[in-house]
Ligand binder design. Sequence first.
Ligand SMILES: *Cc1c(COP(=O)(O)O)cnc(C)c1O
Length: 358
Amino acid sequence: MPTNVYNFGAGPATLPKIVIDKIANRLGNFTDGMSIMEISHRSSAFKDFASQSEKNLRSLLQIDDSYAVLFLQGGATQQFSMVPMNLANQGTVDYLITGAWSKKAADYAAYHSRLNIVADSLDSNYKDVSDPINWTHSKDAEYFYYCANETIHGLEIHQIPSVSVPIVSDMSSTLCTRPIDIEKYSLIFAGAQKNLGIAGLTIVIVKKDLIIGKAKDLPPLMRFDSHHNDKSMLNTSPVFSWYVAGLVFEWILEQGGLDAMSKLNENKASLIYNYIDNSTLYQNHVNPKFRSWVNIPFTMTQDGLEKKFLKMSSDAGFKNLKGHRTVGGMRASVYNAMPIEAITKLITFMEDFENINS
Ligand SMILES: *Cc1c(COP(=O)(O)O)cnc(C)c1O
């Protein structure tokens, strides 16, 4: 085994080494000789941890009291249903489709609302977003939905679209990669296993006035207001996943918060894109305006080298560089926890590979 292994997988994704060490050291004894895997979500030790983790997330993203912060299960995919069920009430909803995840979210929304597709990037094979002048908004949308970062296609929307209805955003692969203007959003959700921890936990940040007293006909577990009323402990919470996310929030704060993350991520992304753009072997086809900071897909200008590249890179310790099965090619996912030295080493590896093969 190579001494340094870097996991470039898109999710579940790499965690900060410090967080893994902390978990390992404390695993057997979170409180009173009991492991974090054994204790009740209602124990005071966990409740204290949970409330501190919410405080930390609020401070990282500057979330004020007009928002509820929910720690739920069901993955980001469950939000594809919960969002229209709670916010649309069979009304019209506007979806911007820019890749696989917003496409899926729109398909799910069609079960619970009148779906209007504002624009669809399919015609550019999800490599570009059309000019907002050409978007077709509906007159009476309950909300406007977009995916801030398309994890599979490596397409990121760096500026909040300017619309006049509440904005909902899937930030599964981008939440906490940089500061955001939280007040511009009515609802943000993110599965934790990309940038915030492990699978089993989904964060929902939602304007309280959008959820309180609404959606009375829905089952309790599908309602934002019931989760909010029970402090995300309506049923047994995913204690271990929540714990890991809490440690990740602490780690981000210790690193200098989201300004520090933003600098690091922008720097990592520009190193890779600069290298790819100047190379004759590798290429990235996403419109540079919409290139993702954290999921960087690339292909080769020569046929027949991909398998060799994936095998050699894996042997050298660069794991999971294979692109998503639906798009092929390669993809480097470089979330907060991916250190800059992993990027410089990867680039050196790619250079060597290019030199041998051209
Ligand atoms: C991974 C991902 C999802 C799906 O998350 P699950 O937790 O598997 O439901 C949704 N949206 C985006 C942007 C993702 O990256």
